[in-house]
Design a binder for this molecule. Structure first.
Ligand code: WTA
Length: 656
């Protein structure tokens, strides 16, 4: 990529080509090669995926049908038997990778550990045997509520090894949120730690588990397995709670992998939607293993010499697919970090890049904006010359942040891989392949081979070039979610009924708005539904509203997002009060705290606006668009003809 491209064209048409040297060594080497693969996959997706499944994964038994598509329910590699922990571990032991670093972990207080493939295999087998001892069987669900420590990945792989499904709950979620998820999944066991380090303080995870399980409120949970990390005193309930290190001592490291079916459930991961409680997104084994493997291999051009670092938390899909399963299935070295940039360690990320010679760095726009704010001198005073690819995920990246990332972190020589995807999609959907697809700042570029993505109107018609529409996928893919746990109807309603099926073709509705430019590049514009994206994390407005009205002072609440320079969006809550309560700073603080307690700190509203009434249509629907505009200080005098009572709006405006 030449620097003159940057300086001379300062519009969104800037195009960045990988260097010839980079392309030559990449798995996919040119736009022509990408197009050829894409076209071939489009013509016959099933044989495309089947060939890859044969080549990239080890199977105990081959499938007898590639795809069974009963819209909207898909089964991939029907009848095939495999084990994802085998593909992530055992098969590498037969090669020179046996003693290669599989997982490099950096703890927040500065401690570190490295596991080779052989060592990680041993840990996983032992842990799997502990799970068996605790009565966990194939098909059971196991809750994982952990800090960013190796045991989190080990626990996931141990579940997979015996065919139990894990449900990881982000360690920043509250006891209340944990309880709901454990109950929805009927988890039999919870794996946690005494605490985790976060920004120089201890997050008391075990206390939260105790709260979640108090008074038998999750009847399915029989045991709790506790990793010792922060070493403060914690309550250990006799008969229920067990120390990880006690149970693992002396346990056999021999544990043959369960031959799971392609369609056996691998995990449930809860994510926010527009209505009701978070939904349990179900992923199964074979298709997910293949999809995360191939997408990572091609989009991050994984080579055997790479040191790959994804900064996500294992509590999110990015951590599942691209810290644990994708990298290990590829036999790569994956880096895991417990901490985060904080005032006491503003250069900590760059220290880690330097210390381990990280070659691929994958983070989120909100982190990039934080790096920009902390100042260039932190990255500039470290040796970042090992880096060769930079990735981003979680929200649309603004071109300014893209350019900073490209120039300051990548020294104008590392391709930026902007990956658009979702919890539901399992892996990358629209992304550059760095040796093949020139990039434009702010665009996720082109669909991955085999992904028939498009932008359409509500009738399913393709919209014109550069016109906004709904981002959809027109054909099933191996990594797609299979259902909403326990609620197949919700799966159908949420993703498959917004855009009417036409000519028998079902369109997957992602919930994002997008446009395609004259080169067919996708520009994702953000959610078109009532989901807010805070620092790359999804939250449903309904969830926050339910949390607010569960407080005795609140009569009614409406929650919207407003643009925020650092977090992308922040929450503004409009609230009407019950008769006995009066608005004020004290109550505002209390309500913010209440929401954080109900859901987790990420849901804490940035502002609460008290009002006598909320603006509604004549049929009683809250006019969120209007509130959104009000919250971000925009003009709201426009289309208010459907408003039932104009004076409500006038009052809200006066108060702003
Ligand atoms: C948003 C995270 C623009 C989008 C992997 C999507 C993005 C939601 C990008 C999924 C990107 C994710 N460009 N927007 N590169 N990546 N998003 O389920 O709105 O936590 O629908 O999965 O994040 O969030 P989720």
């Amino acid at each position: 990529m030449s620097d003159s491209t940057i300086e001379s064209v300062l519009s969104e048409q800037r195009l960045f080509h990988p260097s010839e040297e980079f392309s030559q060594q990449a798995h996919i080497k040119s736009t022509e090669e990408y197009q050829q693969i894409y076209n071939r996959a489009q013509q016959d997706p099933e044989s495309f995926w089947a060939e890859l499944a044969e080549k990239e994964l080890d199977w105990f038994e081959k499938w007898n049908q590639v795809l069974d598509w009963q819209p909207p329910f898909a089964k991939w590699f029907v009848g095939g038997k495999l084990n994802i922990s085998y593909n992530c571990l055992d098969r590498h032991l037969k090669t020179w990778r046996r003693n290669k670093a599989a997982l490099i972990w950096e703890g927040e207080p500065g401690d570190s550990r490295t596991y080779t493939y052989a060592q990680l295999h041993r840990e996983v087998c032992q842990t799997a045997n502990v799970l068996k001892q605790l009565g966990v069987q194939k098909g059971d669900r196991v809750g994982i509520y952990m800090p960013m420590i190796p045991e989190a990945a080990i626990a996931m792989l141990a579940c997979a090894r015996i065919g139990a499904a894990h449900t990881v709950v982000f360690g920043g979620f509250s006891a209340e949120a944990l309880k709901d998820r454990l109950n929805d999944a009927s988890a039999k066991l919870v794996i946690t730690a005494d605490g985790g380090w976060r920004k120089d303080a201890i997050v008391p995870l075990k206390d939260q588990v105790d709260k979640a399980l108090a008074n038998q409120s999750v009847p399915s949970v029989e045991n709790v397995l506790v990793v010792q990390r922060t070493e403060q005193d914690v309550h250990m309930e006799a008969g229920r709670d067990h120390w990880w290190h006690d149970l693992k001592a002396g346990v056999s490291a021999h544990c043959p992998p369960e031959p799971t079916d392609s369609e056996d459930m691998l995990f449930i991961l809860y994510t926010s939607g527009t209505t009701g409680k978070p939904k349990g997104v179900v992923h199964t084994t074979g298709g997910y293993n293949l999809y995360t493997h191939v997408t990572l291999k091609w989009a991050f051009d994984i080579q055997d010499t790479d040191v790959y670092w994804c900064t996500a938390d294992v509590g999110w899909i990015t951590g599942h697919s691209y810290i644990v399963y994708g990298p290990l299935s590829n036999g790569a070295t994956t880096v895991m970090y417990e901490g985060a940039p904080r005032p006491s360690a503003p250069g900590c990320m760059w220290d880690i890049v330097e210390k381990y010679g990280v070659t691929i760095f994958y983070t989120a726009p909100t982190a990039i904006r934080a790096f920009i704010k902390m100042g260039e001198h932190h990255p500039k005073s470290r040796d970042l010359s090992s880096l060769r690819i930079l990735g981003t995920v979680g929200e649309p990246i603004n071109p300014e942040a893209w350019m900073w990332y490209y120039k300051v972190i990548g020294n104008s020589r590392c391709p930026i891989v902007d990956t658009w995807w979702q919890t539901e999609t399992g892996g990358f959907m629209v992304t550059p392949l760095p040796g093949a697809i020139p990039t434009k700042p702010g665009s996720a570029t082109l669909p991955f081979p085999g992904i028939l993505a498009d932008v359409v109107d509500l009738d399913g018609n393709q919209v014109a070039t550069n016109e906004g529409g709904y981002l959809v996928v027109k054909y099933p893919w191996p990594g797609m979610m299979r259902t909403v746990y326990g609620d197949p109807d919700r799966f159908r309603r949420t993703y498959w009924e917004h855009i009417a099926p036409r000519e028998g073709q079902y369109l997957y509705f992602a919930g994002d708005g997008a446009r395609k430019d004259e080169d067919g590049y996708f520009w994702v514009m953000g959610r078109v539904d009532d989901v807010i994206n805070i620092a790359g994390h999804r939250l449903g407005t309904m969830e926050v509203e339910s949390a607010l009205v569960s407080h005795p002072a609140v009569a009614e609440a409406a929650v919207v997002g407003r643009p925020d320079e650092m977090k992308g969006e922040e929450i503004v809550a409009f609230v009407t009060l019950e008769g006995d309560y009066s608005a004020g700073e004290e109550l505002e603080k209390e309500l913010k705290q209440h929401v954080a307690g109900e859901i987790g700190a990420i849901a804490r509203p940035g502002a609460i606006r008290f009002s006598d009434a909320l603006p509604k249509t004549r049929s009683g629907k809250i006019m969120r668009r209007l509130l959104r505009n009000l919250a971000s200080g925009q003009d709201v005098s426009g289309d208010t003809s459907t408003l039932e009572d104009r004076s409500v709006l006038d009052k809200l405006r006066e108060g702003s």
